[in-house]
Design a protein around this ligand. Structure first.
Ligand code: M6R
Length: 365
C-alpha cells in the first residue's frame, strides 16, 4: 500500500503533483476562478470587513499564506489564529466577518470548536478540508475541498500544499468579487498556477537526490533555524515544524529581520540555517541577513529561484526552485523542505510515519 515507497510520508510527498492538479481541476478559467462550493455574491463579499483564518499546526501555516494573499490581492484585513487560542480569547467577530477554518481531517477538536463559536457569533464560515463528510465539512456554510487523497503519515505534506491552493483560489475568488486587481494580473496568476503541478514534479524528479546529500548537515546538530521574509517566513514556519516533528531536532523559524533582536546569540557554526529567498522585492534584505548569520560561521543552505545568479555567493549550499510569481512560490519552496526533514529523520533512524508522542488527528483538546 506504500506503492513501492519506504514510508507513507515519502509516497505522499511524491503524490503532490497529482494532488495539486486534482485540487485545481475544474476551478481555473482563463481569467477567473470557479468555486462552485462557495456561494457568495459580490455584494456579500463587499460587506466583510475582516477575514479570520483559524487552524492548527500545518493547516495554521497554510493560513499564514492565506493572510498574505487575501490582504495583498483582495485588500481585506486578515487575522490568523491558532484554533486553541482563538476559542478562548473572545475574538471580535460578527456577521461582517468571514471565518475560514482549515483542517485536513476536518475533525480537529479546537478547529471544530472555533467553527461553532464563529457561527454562534453570526460569522459566515468557509472550511478548507481534505475529508468529504467530515465534521468541519458538514458544519461550515461553504466548503472548499482539497483533493489530496488520504494522508496517512502524521507529518502533513500534500495536505499542506493543497490547502495553500485552497487559499489561493479563495483569495482570487474574493479579489474577483471586489474588483481589486486588474484582469490581466488575475489571468497571469491563473496561468502560472496551472503550471505549478509540473514544476512540483520537476523538483521531485531532479531535486530529491540533492536534498538527500544536504541532510548530512543535520546529522549531529541539536538546533537549526529557518529564516525568510514575507511568504518565505510563512514557509519557514512549516519547514521548521516538519523538521521538529519527525527528526526531533530543535528548529525555529525566524523572520529574517528579527534575528538581530536576540536570536543571533544562538547562532554558531553548529546551527545550520535554511535561508529562503524567493520573494523578489525582499531579496536584498534577505541577503543582508544571510551575511549576518554567515559571519557567525553558520552553514547556510539557500533556496531561491533558478534565475537568481547571485544568491549562491552568500550561502554554502544552494537549491534552485523553478521560477514562478512571488505569491505562488510557497507551493514549490516547501517541497524540498519536506524532503529534507524526511531524509534527516531516516538518517537518524526515527519512525518517520509515526513520530513519537503525536497522533494524526487531534480530536481532544
Ligand atoms: O487535521 P488538521 O489539519 O486539523 O490537523 C492539524 C494539525 O494537527 C496537523 O496539521 C499537524 O500539525 C501535522 N501533524 C503537522 O505535520
Amino acid at each position: 500500500e506504500k506503492g513501492g515507497y519506504e514510508h507513507f510520508m515519502l509516497k505522499e510527498i511524491f503524490e503532490q503533483p497529482k494532488a495539486l492538479r486534482d485540487t485545481l481541476a475544474g476551478r481555473l478559467n482563463h481569467d477567473h476562478v470557479v468555486l462552485q462550493e462557495v456561494d457568495l455574491t459580490p455584494k456579500e463579499v463587499a460587506l466583510f470587513n475582516k477575514v479570520a483564518i483559524v487552524a492548527c499546526g500545518t493547516a495554521y501555516h497554510a493560513g499564514l499564506i492565506g493572510k498574505g494573499l487575501i490582504e495583498h490581492w483582495a485588500k481585506i484585513p486578515v487575522e490568523v489564529d491558532i484554533a486553541s487560542e482563538f476559542r478562548y480569547r473572545a475574538p471580535l467577530i460578527d456577521d461582517k466577518t468571514l471565518v475560514v477554518v482549515i483542517s485536513q481531517s476536518g475533525e480537529t477538536a479546537d478547529t471544530l470548536a472555533a467553527l461553532r463559536e464563529s457561527k454562534k457569533k453570526g460569522a459566515r464560515v468557509i472550511a478548507i478540508t481534505n475529508v468529504v463528510g467530515s465534521s468541519v465539512a458538514r458544519e461550515a456554510h461553504d466548503v472548499i475541498h482539497t483533493w489530496a487523497g488520504p494522508e496517512i503519515a502524521v507529518a502533513s505534506t500534500k495536505a499542506y500544499t493543497t490547502q495553500i491552493e485552497g487559499m489561493i483560489l479563495l483569495a482570487l475568488y474574493l479579489t474577483q468579487a471586489k474588483g481589486t486587481m486588474p484582469k490581466e494580473w488575475i489571468t497571469e496568476i491563473i496561468s502560472e498556477l496551472g503550471k505549478i503541478p509540473d514544476k512540483a514534479e520537476i523538483i521531485l524528479k531532479e531535486g530529491a537526490e540533492r536534498i538527500k546529500t544536504l541532510a548530512r548537515y543535520f546529522e549531529e546538530v541539536g538546533s537549526a533555524f529557518f529564516i525568510g521574509r514575507g511568504l518565505d517566513w510563512a514557509v519557514a514556519q512549516e519547514g521548521s515544524l516538519k523538521l521538529k516533528e519527525i527528526s526531533y531536532i530543535h528548529a525555529e523559524a525566524y523572520a529574517s529581520g528579527e534575528l538581530k533582536h536576540g536570536t543571533l546569540a544562538l547562532i554558531t557554526e553548529d546551527t545550520p540555517i535554511i535561508a529562503l529567498a524567493t520573494q523578489r522585492d525582499l531579496y536584498e534584505k534577505t541577503v543582508s541577513n544571510v551575511i549576518e548569520v554567515k559571519a557567525r560561521d553558520a552553514k547556510v543552505i539557500g533556496f531561491t529561484f533558478e534565475g537568481n545568479t547571485d544568491f549562491h555567493k552568500s550561502v554554502n549550499e544552494i537549491f534552485y526552485i523553478p521560477e514562478t510569481v512571488n505569491e505562488l512560490a510557497p507551493l514549490l519552496t516547501v517541497i524540498p523542505l519536506q524532503l529534507l526533514s524526511y531524509y534527516v529523520s531516516v538518517a537518524r533512524g526515527n519512525d518517520v510515519d509515526k513520530p513519537r508522542n503525536l497522533a494524526k488527528s487531534v480530536t481532544v483538546e
